[in-house]
Design a protein around this ligand. Structure first.
Ligand code: ZN
Length: 298
């Protein structure tokens, strides 16, 4: 039983339009699902990914309109790492984003301070890329490489991560995808959740093994939630010993469960349990302009 790398990463934004503009228009990801936070259906949950909405490429944001900026601290993911095709791709993104390369990676932040890092992909795994008229295919982001988290004591998580099958270092290596999980020394002062901070990182599981992962997490001393039906996948949540909120999410059914691939993310998607609330919910949500609509018209 192995985790299939990173399934998705979920962060917080205070500015849905600014978020769409950055992740779609600048980074070249596809908005693959525009839905609501199932724990608070008055706000958006936005999902960006490759062209197909694949797990492994999916960064998602809860919108809290006007939320003030947070700050990553111990027990929080503070950086998201993405794969690109080559050194030339790093140069392309350095130019496009107006940042300097730092050795063989490129570090930058989104408009709310969420840190990203691009690394050259040497895994041989399938590239998970979206299309953007200004981003040549060979330079497009290829999905997640991993995440980095802050901890005050990495040793406290060792047995737990080993128990979840992470290879030393740490790497979750599944049948088709791998994802890294690395620690950095936590800064002074507690973390503050808010705009520009990561809420949780989700690791991928086959649908068949999902229940067994819940049992495994419990055996290792975590307190997993019951299996939660998220409609696009099923989820369990628990904190690993360093305090980082982990989710284990199933690979499928996926984002085409309620709309066709061609029009993913264009209309507000509400899972069946929330559909009766559409008339109440939709007028309260911030209208979003998707830059992709302008490209397809030209
Ligand atoms: Zn999640």
């Amino acid at each position: 039983m192995k985790l299939e790398g990173i399934h998705h990463v979920t962060a917080i934004t205070g500015d849905a339009q600014g978020n769409v503009d950055f992740y779609v228009d600048r980074l070249g990801l596809r908005l693959v699902k525009k839905t609501v936070n199932q724990d608070d259906p008055t706000v958006y949950h936005l999902f960006y990914a490759d062209e197909k909405g694949s797990a492994g490429s999916d960064i998602t944001f809860f919108e809290y309109p006007g939320a003030t900026r947070g700050r990553a601290g111990a027990g929080m993911v503070h950086r998201v790492l993405w794969r690109v095709g080559s050194e030339d791709s790093l140069d392309f993104w350095a130019e496009r984003l107006g940042v300097e390369r730092s050795g063989d990676t490129l570090v930058f932040a989104d408009p709310e301070g969420l840190e990203h890092e691009l690394v050259v992909d040497t895994t041989g795994e399938e590239p998970l890329s979206a299309e953007h008229p200004e981003v040549p295919r060979e330079h497009a982001l290829r999905g997640f490489h991993g995440v980095r988290a802050f901890t005050s004591d990495p040793e406290q998580s060792t047995a737990f991560l080993e128990g979840l099958g992470f290879e030393p270092g740490w790497v979750a290596r599944g049948e088709s995808r791998s994802g890294t999980y690395e620690y950095d020394a936590a800064p002074e002062g507690a973390g503050v959740p808010g705009a520009g901070t990561v809420h949780h990182v989700a690791w991928g599981s086959s649908r068949e093994e999902h229940e067994a992962w819940r049992e495994r997490a419990a055996e290792l001393g975590a307190r997993p939630t019951p299996i939660i039906e998220r409609f696009y996948f099923k989820s369990i949540y628990f904190r690993e010993p360093s305090g980082v909120l982990f989710e284990i999410a199933t690979l499928g059914p996926g984002f085409t469960a309620d709309e066709p691939l061609e029009t993913l993310g264009e209309r507000l998607s509400l899972p069946p349990a929330f559909e009766p609330l559409r008339e109440q919910v939709e007028p309260k949500l911030t209208p979003i302009r998707n830059p992709r609509e302008a490209w397809s018209r030209t």
